[in-house]
Design a protein around this ligand. Structure first.
Ligand code: DGL
Length: 283
C-alpha cells in the first residue's frame, strides 16, 4: 500500500457533490489533509456509460497518485457503482472505497428490525440502472421492498417546484429514503419535509466518513492531533468561478482557488502509465 500517516486522503466526484463527503470527513477526522477532485468539465456522470465513467475515475486517480494518498474515496454514487471493482483491481496498492455500501448499511440500520422494510432509492440514471443499491441491500435484507427511481433532474425538480414528479415514490409508505447521489444532501432538509416525518432520509456522507476512519484505523494510518491546520486542496477540470465560491459557502471555510487540470492532460498521463506497465488495463 502507498501512503503514510501524513499522506492526504483523495476524494473525487463529478463536480461539487462530493463536498458533502468532504464536510463529513472533516467533521470526523479534522486533522486529515484532503485533496478534492471535481470533474467539473465532464459533469454529469449520471447519464454516461460505465466504461466512460470508469475511464474518468482511472484518470483522476492516476493524476493524483504522485501525492501518495493513504486512501481514495469515490464520493460519487454513479462512479462507485460503475468503477469501484475495476479501479480496485487497476490500483491494487491503493486503499479505495465508495459511497454505496455505507449508504446501503445506513438504510438497513434505519430500517431497524423490520424484515420487509420499504426502502426508496433516488439516484442518477447510471446508479439506478446499475442496481448497485439493490444488490447491497438485498445481500443483508433479502425481503426488503425496494422502490428505485432515477432522479437526474432532482435539482430542477426542486428548484422549479415540480415535486409532483416524486409524488408516486413518496406515496409508497416508505420507511427509508436513500439519497443515492452525493449532490442531493444539499437539499436534504427540503427532501425530508417532502417525505414526511415517518420516513428516515439517508445521506451516506457520515457513514462513508465513518467507513474511511475505520479503514485508516485498521491500517494504523489515522493522523493524530497536530498544531498546524489540515489542508483542503481542490482540483477541477473546468474552472468555473462559481466552484470556489460555492465550495467555500458549502463548507463554511475559505478555500484556496482550485487548481485547473485539463482533461487532455489526464488522458495523456493515463496513456503514459499504461505504456509504462503501471496500469493493468487498457485506457
Ligand atoms: N454526485 C454524483 C452521484 O453521487 C452524480 C452527479 C452526476 O454527475 O450525474 O451519483
Amino acid at each position: 500500500m502507498v501512503g503514510s500517516t501524513a499522506s492526504p486522503i483523495v476524494v473525487l466526484d463529478s463536480g461539487l457533490g462530493g463536498l458533502t463527503v468532504v464536510r463529513a470527513l472533516r467533521r470526523a477526522m479534522p486533522f486529515e489533509d484532503i485533496l478534492y477532485f471535481g470533474d467539473t468539465a465532464r459533469v454529469p456522470y449520471g447519464s454516461k456509460s460505465a466504461a466512460t465513467v470508469t475511464g474518468f475515475v482511472r484518470q483522476i486517480i492516476n493524476y493524483l497518485l504522485p501525492h501518495e494518498p493513504k486512501h481514495v474515496v469515490i464520493a460519487c454514487n454513479t462512479a462507485t457503482a460503475h468503477s469501484l471493482t475495476t479501479v480496485r483491481a487497476d490500483f491494487p496498492f491503493l486503499s479505495i472505497s465508495g459511497v454505496i455500501d455505507p449508504g446501503a448499511n445506513a438504510a438497513i440500520e434505519a430500517a431497524g428490525s423490520r424484515l420487509r422494510p420499504t426502502i426508496g432509492i433516488i439516484g442518477t440514471e447510471g446508479t439506478i440502472r446499475s442496481r448497485a443499491y439493490e444488490k447491497a441491500i438485498h445481500k443483508q435484507r433479502p425481503l426488503a421492498r425496494l422502490i428505485c427511481q432515477a432522479a437526474p433532474l432532482l435539482v430542477p425538480i426542486i428548484e422549479e417546484g415540480r415535486w409532483e414528479d416524486l409524488r408516486p415514490l413518496l406515496a409508497e409508505n416508505l420507511d427509508v429514503l436513500v439519497l443515492g447521489c452525493t449532490h442531493y444532501p444539499v437539499y436534504e432538509g427540503l427532501i425530508a419535509r417532502m417525505a414526511g416525518p415517518q420516513v428516515a432520509v439517508i445521506d451516506s456522507a457520515d457513514k462513508c466518513a465513518e467507513d474511511v476512519r475505520r479503514r485508516l484505523r485498521a491500517a494504523q494510518l489515522e493522523r493524530g492531533e497536530r498544531a498546524e491546520s489540515a489542508y483542503l486542496r481542490c482540483f477541477v477540470t473546468d474552472n468555473s468561478p462559481r466552484f470556489g465560491a460555492l465550495a467555500s459557502r458549502f463548507l463554511g471555510l475559505q478555500i484556496e482557488p482550485p487548481t485547473l487540470v485539463c482533461s487532455d492532460e489526464l488522458h495523456e498521463q493515463v496513456v503514459a502509465a499504461a505504456n509504462a506497465g503501471e496500469l493493468r488495463t487498457a485506457v
